[in-house]
Design a binder for this molecule. Sequence first.
Ligand SMILES: [Zn+2]
Length: 363
Amino acid sequence: MVMYKIEYEDGNARVGKLRTPHGEIETPFFMPVATKATVKTLTPEELYSCGVKAIISNSLHLFLRPGLEVLEKHGGLHKFMNFEGIIFTDSGGFQIIREGFFLGIRDEGILFRSPYDGKKYLFTPEFSKEVQLRIGSDVAMMLDYCPPYPVSYEEAKKAVLLTSRWAEKFPKGEDKQLSFGIVQGSVYEDLRKKCAEDLARLNFDGYGIGGLSIGEPKDVMHRMVEIVNSILPKDKPRYLMGVGSPLEIIEEVKRGVDIFDSVFPTRNGRHGSALTWQGKVNIRRGEFKNDTRPLDENCSCYTCQNFSRSYLYHLFKEKELLGMRLLTIHNICFLQEFMARLREEIKEGTLEKFAREIERVYR
Ligand SMILES: [Zn+2]
């Protein structure tokens, strides 16, 4: 069955349709992050009202808490969190080695200790897939080894060799759930190339590009994405993991990326920072104290339709939780509107012009 179909192209940018067990979605799209089975502070209805069709959760976090038994008792993650859209799950490889419970890398997988009960676990590619199947997500990301940045060439090479080996072992071809590979290789061109070539030979339903947007210079990230996308099969979706600012999204869509996720809009919202068509706005600034206009006059979200900048300023000054919620709603809605506009510009063949407008306000 064909899971992905490209319908429009503008340079290297594409608009396509990705089919999943919970419906179809048009690319390029952005996924809010729901690591622990919640997009922080928002209800599913609030997500739908912003046009969110897909989110990403984390299988390692869910495995540890609430645990697979609890999820299965509900009939899977969709029912547990009452979200009817598309759910991606990350394998957790990225998180394991960054958090305190990492014990080491083995040839077979990643060894870690649960911070809750002290039990040791070895996550292998096969076990990672089994966990994600039991969680019931629509798209499972393969178990990968994602070293931090900066990292030595030797360590990055080891990560690529292990990731390629685990990619072969990661189960694919399951009707209930798509499987995506993840290309590693840090900032080393030959390693990115090798990893992309190794994974391109395997029949994944799509491909993640991991280990970027973790502190390396922006032009290096652009270069790595270009190399990887020149090798990955053109007819499979490409997902740049952890990227979510309007400027970076547009830069990478121009390089052929179809899917994004990031805590950028939610985390910024909770800290009083709003994404608007005029650029980033910090609502805590004194100039908003008496400003009765909405956050963004061109935004149709619940926050902009009902509240003034002055009220939002007041909520943040008083550290009221509603302020965080309202800005999160706006940021999620803004980014969905931004992605819809991006898809239209690709269809019209005017992406380059739109990119220059966004550069002007976000640079
Ligand atoms: Zn708004």
